[in-house]
Design a protein around this ligand. Structure first.
Ligand SMILES: Nc1ncnc2c1ncn2[C@@H]1O[C@H](COP(=O)(O)OP(=O)(O)OP(=O)(O)O)[C@@H](O)[C@H]1O
Ligand SMILES: [Mg+2]
Length: 264
């Protein structure tokens, strides 16, 4: 081969290789950029979802607070007045006296129930009490007002958890307990709080009839509740894991784990 042709070939090959490498580099950079955009979009969607959820929760908390105040300030006061009025009834027969007594009892019970409800709804009250006490309080309410036996167990040395996270955990617990009362026909409910070395764990078990968790029929029903979905979303919002174990005839167990790194 003449030396000229050889050097032409070499230059051609070199240019070809260089161009090839350049195209591969461009393609890699392009794919990386696309991947980055995709990730950024995903991240933005996630953040949007979190913000939306956060504001929904804030609105819900404000509504709870307003209802709580309304119960305390207006309904509670009105019932107290009604009771006072009954005390000052002018001369009554023995039969009427008995009726008045029973009515007063009913009003007293209603005032006490409303006070309990008002506390359960009030964000400040829960924040002041702290999660552990608030859960104990809620469990006692159940055993007081129904035939369900409750037990609250605390393991480990309680540590401080961020107030906002405590409130979200408490709202999850309330929904778990509401579900147990509404659907499970359980005889007993146990709530266990485990303050571990690297996490805070909540375990709520009922010995009721249980249910099929992944039942597409139930999920598609028009009146199908939001409770389960909300609990899962709420847990995600604070970096906790949420899992549920249940089956027909096997009771229901809910486990929420808040890793320690997220809890300070
Ligand atoms: N502890 C439980 N025992 C038995 N069934 C349960 C229990 N918890 C939930 N379920 C079943 O799962 C369904 C979905 O629960 P979810 O909380 O999402 O909705 P809901 O309680 O029916 O309505 P909502 O919470 O919106 O008022 C319930 O309707 C019930 O059939
Ligand atoms: Mg529910």
């Amino acid at each position: 081969m003449p030396p000229d042709l050889k050097s032409y070939l070499l230059v051609f090959l070199g240019t070809f290789l260089f161009l090839g490498a350049f195209i591969i580099l461009l393609a890699t950079l392009y794919t990386k950029k696309q991947q980055r955009n995709k990730n950024e979009k995903k991240e933005m969607q996630l953040q949007y979802h979190q913000t939306l959820l956060q504001s929904q929760l804030e609105i819900q908390e404000q509504t709870f607070k307003n209802i709580s105040q309304e119960i305390h300030d207006n309904i509670g006061q009105a019932l107290t007045l009604a009771k006072l009025n009954l005390n000052t009834m002018p001369s009554v027969t023995d039969q009427q006296k008995e009726k008045i007594f029973t009515t007063k009892e009913i009003i007293s019970k209603t005032i006490s129930d409303l006070r309990d409800l008002s506390r359960s709804l009030n964000t400040d009250y829960i924040a002041d009490m702290g999660l552990q006490k608030a859960i104990e309080y809620e469990m006692n309410l159940i055993s007081k007002s129904s035939s369900i036996k409750t037990e609250t167990i605390t393991e480990g040395k309680p540590f401080v958890i961020d107030k906002q996270k405590e409130l979200i955990l408490f709202r999850i617990v309330q929904e778990v307990l509401n579900n147990a009362i509404k659907h499970s026909e359980a005889k007993s409910i146990i709530a266990k709080m485990i303050y571990g070395s690297d996490s805070f764990e909540l375990l709520i078990t009922d010995n009721g009839k249980g249910f099929k968790i992944d039942d597409p029929k139930r999920e598609k029903q028009p009146g199908s509740g939001l409770g389960l979905r909300n609990m899962d979303n709420r847990a995600k919002l604070i970096g906790a894991s949420f899992s549920m174990n249940s089956g027909p005839g096997a009771g229901t167990e809910v486990r929420i784990i808040l890793p320690f790194s997220h809890s300070v």
